[in-house]
Design a protein around this ligand. Structure first.
Ligand code: NAD
Length: 343
């Protein structure tokens, strides 16, 4: 994991959940991370302007991100990546070795509710980066897609070569974006890698996916809600496993112009996830609600390609990853008791 030394890595959407954790790891390994982010989508602007869920708590997580980024002297350029001129200026000034594109509306349900702005933040931002990079043929673009491009997994497993049949706006935009990335490379001879992650969890996430929602509700003394009967499987992936995969993608020449599933590599039932969380919070109560039919039935992502081509070796099964995540949450809750009061 050390070939990153001295490499300039520009992270578009880098003040989000994946981006800030990645920037910290790049810095720790001796690389030079740069962040560009508007801080509006699923970030400070959004949570400051509304009161749903646990806005105050999420503002404090985001402030914590910004605090650690500043403490590590990681530069953050705050601007809207929908602005073409600002994007090309940003890329030409930094002249990075790698651009990692994370900017998007990262929620499937929010994308279905607001397709127009999802298109803007997810595709317009990518188009600006692609168009700028056609003049920089040596910059490696790493694009963040999603397991949602597959739609319903056949027999519970998805491999990179499987046919993609996304359900809903989020998956369709991700699939369209992958095609754009590949076609720019065909036409302009640029270098890319596409990463398909799934069901991520980890420190300072504000997206309220299922593992976060269960832990937070347990800490607040609320019921833990599972959508569906809990027998559905997801390939839960701890953030540090994903980051290992990204770093391997940056380093390996075998990653060039390839698509990789980067997950833990084993579907686990929602009920198994809930059991682990209930072990840490024995008084919590589990309830089941109707599942959203626009969420595809997923399962395991086959990660053999990432293992053989780039040497990806995940090491956080949910038992280990959740333990770290829960400990971090408990520690944060002890220091910020008011933010965890059941409102
Ligand atoms: N977290 C997951 O489980 C997961 C799974 C699969 C794919 N992904 C993909 O990975 C990427 C990053 O996910 P995340 O969880 O870090 O999301 P996030 O919402 O935490 O981060 C996205 C960041 O992009 C920024 N952004 C969005 N539009 C912007 C714009 N127009 N200008 C400037 N900044 C803008 C936001 O401010 C935010 O900080 C997304 O593309 C997402 O779809 C995430």
């Amino acid at each position: 994991m050390v070939d990153i030394l001295g490499k300039k890595i520009l992270i578009m959407g880098g003040a989000g959940f994946i981006g800030h954790n990645l920037a910290l790891k790049i810095k720790e390994l001796g690389g030079l991370p740069f962040i560009s982010d508007g801080l509006q989508v699923n970030n400070l602007g959004y949570y400051t302007s509304q009161t749903e869920f646990n806005s105050e708590l999420y503002i404090s997580f985001i402030n914590e991100r910004l605090k650690v980024l500043r403490a590590n002297k990681i530069p953050i350029n705050v601007f809207d990546i929908r602005d073409y001129n600002l994007v090309s200026q940003n890329i030409s000034t930094i002249n990075p070795d790698v651009v990692i594109h994370l900017a998007a509306v990262a929620h499937a349900n929010r994308s279905n509710k607001d397709p127009f702005s999802t298109f803007d933040h997810s595709l317009r931002t990518l188009e600006n980066v692609l168009d700028t990079l056609k003049n920089f043929k040596n910059i490696h673009l790493i694009y963040f897609s999603s397991s949602m491009v597959y739609g319903n997994f056949k027999n519970g497993v998805a491999s990179e070569d499987d046919n993609c049949s996304p359900l809903g706006i989020y998956g369709a935009l991700k699939y369209g974006a992958e095609k754009l990335v590949i076609s720019y490379s065909q036409v302009f001879d640029t270098i890319y890698s596409i990463i398909r992650p799934s069901a991520l969890y980890g420190e300072r996430c504000v997206s309220r996916r299922v593992s976060q929602a269960l832990i937070e509700n347990a800490l607040m003394g609320k019921e833990l809600t599972i959508n569906g009967d809990g027998e559905e499987e997801l390939d839960f992936t701890y953030i540090q496993d994903l980051i290992q995969g990204i770093i391997k993608c940056i380093n390996a020449k075998e990653a060039k112009n390839e698509i990789f599933n980067i997950t833990y590599g084993k579907g686990r039932k929602l009920n198994e996830l809930a059991d682990i969380i209930k072990n840490s919070f024995p008084n919590s109560k589990l309830v089941y609600k109707k599942r959203d039919n626009l969420m595809p039935m997923r399962g395991t992502l086959n990660i053999d390609k990432a293992k053989t081509k780039i040497g990806f070796e995940p090491d956080f099964p949910i038992e280990r990853g959740l333990e770290q995540y829960i400990n971090w949450y408990k520690d944060f809750a002890n220091k910020n008791v008011d933010l965890f009061k059941n409102k």
